[in-house]
Design a protein around this ligand. Structure first.
Ligand SMILES: Nc1ncnc2c1ncn2[C@@H]1O[C@H](COP(=O)(O)OP(=O)(O)O)[C@@H](O)[C@H]1O
Ligand SMILES: Nc1ccn([C@@H]2O[C@H](COP(=O)(O)O)[C@@H](O)[C@H]2O)c(=O)n1
Ligand SMILES: [Mg+2]
Length: 458
């Protein structure tokens, strides 16, 4: 199949993001993956970026536009705006762009200006932008400057026929940028076309990938997204540990995580969205129970080939946060027995079992172990060891979390390779206090309203 994608210099894609193949690398310091998207005006750069971002919905992506770094025009220049070349490299504040990009590459937040095309004015530090796993830098001249090019792990050139670009530009600039047809045509002939030929077109040779037809080229966009995913080594931990299952992320799930992770979220909302996520984790976890085939007859007289899940189940919550997951489990499994374990934390690594109340016949049940946060794994190991000592087969335990830190995953998955962990998101790391990062604070305090700050916000 012809994708229409041209892998111009595919081998030159910087390999610093090559697939991480061993566990210790997964949570080591990692630099953002920077993608540059260049091309003539109205070639479809912004459209292509939006499509890439939408397909990478389970990744943290930030879009930086070279347009934001346009220099403001003085009043004098504005009077003669028809003489100003907005397509020349000097029209941009490239020093500021480089400094912002370098800060983002170091993983730090930065303030980006906003450029108003209608009044041709830049507003300094208008938008606070956090660094991300992926940074997309888009603009007509981002492949022109060698220093800007050097920032990139992947360089894309959007190649669209010049007639199509002019037609789109007339439409866009008259509708969105407050121009009239005559001024668009004059500017195009005087500056846009000559600068395209002098600066933009020659920069195409630096591209790793050339996309003909821009945003219409879905095959090319799919291939680019696949390549980015491979380079990022997404879901590496799931590849390493076949007993780890992360829910497939959607914008809905990211949105709920955004709310429960936000320090300013009030208790009521925290509980509401945590409950929604917990319900998803519980449903997904139940899907990992053994099942057998079952045929049923529908009201139309047809036969439906279905499944029936194992019914000998119980839940075990690790007090106190784990209790927040009990309701969701009860809602999914009517009348389910739920046991409890209380583990006391002593210092950084010490754990002591304080209390247990488990169904007497637990050894013959499948156990859904409940704890919203897997951090170091110390409490989990204590709880799982107790279940094993009661005769529960390791393969009959499904450990349900909202978030799991890599360190906890390594500790639990290595020690109990037959048990399954089901989680809604994998964290970046643990801090020195053994808190999951980015995390969501003390889950139990926020959920049950025993946190001072949460109570005051409620
Ligand atoms: N494949 C396409 N078909 C039709 N219109 C398009 C297509 N791609 C982009 N456009 C329109 O053309 C204009 C310029 O596209 P845009 O993505 O903003 O280009 P650029 O960022 O390269 O200037 C926009 O109004 C956009 O909606
Ligand atoms: N005040 C301005 C600033 C820029 N332009 C034109 O915008 C084009 C770049 O934006 P794209 O989304 O099309 O890449 C560039 O060609 C400038 O001519 C402008 O008209 N007025
Ligand atoms: Mg654009």
């Amino acid at each position: 199949m012809d994708s229409g994608i041209v892998p111009a210099l595919a081998a030159s894609v910087n390999d610093q993001f090559s697939l991480q193949s061993n566990a210790s690398q997964v949570y080591g310091p990692k630099q953002p993956f920077v993608i540059g998207v260049a091309g003539g005006s109205a070639s479809g750069k912004t459209t292509v970026c939006q499509k890439i971002i939408s397909q990478l919905h389970d990744q943290r992506v930030v879009l930086i536009q070279q347009d934001s770094f346009y220099r403001s025009l003085t009043d004098e220049m504005k009077k003669n705006v028809q003489e100003y070349n907005f397509d020349h490299p000097n029209a941009f504040n490239t020093e500021l762009l480089l400094s912002c990009m370098n800060t983002l590459k170091q993983g730090q937040a930065v303030s980006i200006p906003h450029y108003d095309f209608k009044i041709r004015q830049s507003i300094e530090a208008a938008r606070r932008v956090n660094s991300s796993d992926i940074i997309i830098l888009e603009g007509i001249l981002i492949l022109h400057d060698p220093e800007v090019r050097n920032l990139m792990n992947m360089k894309i050139f959007v190649d669209t026929d010049s007639d199509v670009r002019l037609a789109r530009r007339i439409q866009r600039d008259t509708i969105e940028r407050g121009r009239n047809i005559e001024s668009v045509l004059n500017q195009y002939a005087k500056f846009v076309k000559p600068s395209f030929e002098e600066f933009i077109l020659p920069s195409k040779k630096h591209a790793d990938i050339i996309i003909p037809r821009g945003g219409d080229n879905n095959v090319a966009i799919d291939l680019i997204v696949q390549h980015i995913r491979t380079k990022l080594g997404q879901h590496d931990l799931c590849k390493i540990y076949h007993n780890l299952f992360a829910i497939y992320s959607t914008f809905q799930i990211r949105g709920m995580h955004t709310l429960i992770r936000d320090v300013n979220t009030k208790k009521h909302d925290f509980v509401f969205y945590a409950d929604r996520l917990i319900r998803l984790v519980v449903e997904y976890g139940l899907g990992h129970l053994p099942f057998s085939e079952k045929l049923v007859t529908t009201p139309t007289g047809s036969v439906y080939t279905g499944v029936v899940f194992c019914k000998r189940l119980c839940g075990v919550s690790i007090i106190r946060s784990g209790e927040s997951m009990e309701n969701a489990l009860r809602a999914c499994c009517k009348g389910i027995k739920i046991g409890k374990i209380l583990i006391h934390r002593e210092g950084k690594s010490g754990r002591q079992l304080i209390y247990e109340k488990l169904p007497a016949d637990i050894a013959s049940r499948h156990v859904l172990l409940l704890d919203p946060v897997l951090a170091s794994g110390n409490s989990a190991i204590e709880a799982i060891s107790l279940l094993l000592s009661k005769g529960v087969p390791e393969a009959n335990i499904i450990f349900l979390n909202l978030v799991s830190a890599p360190q906890g995953i390594h500790a639990v998955c290595k020690r109990f390779p037959l048990l399954k962990i089901v989680t809604s998101e994998i964290e970046t790391s643990l801090d020195k206090n053994l808190q999951a990062i980015p995390g969501m604070g003390e889950f139990g305090d926020r959920y049950f309203g025993t946190d001072d700050s949460a109570t005051s916000l409620a």
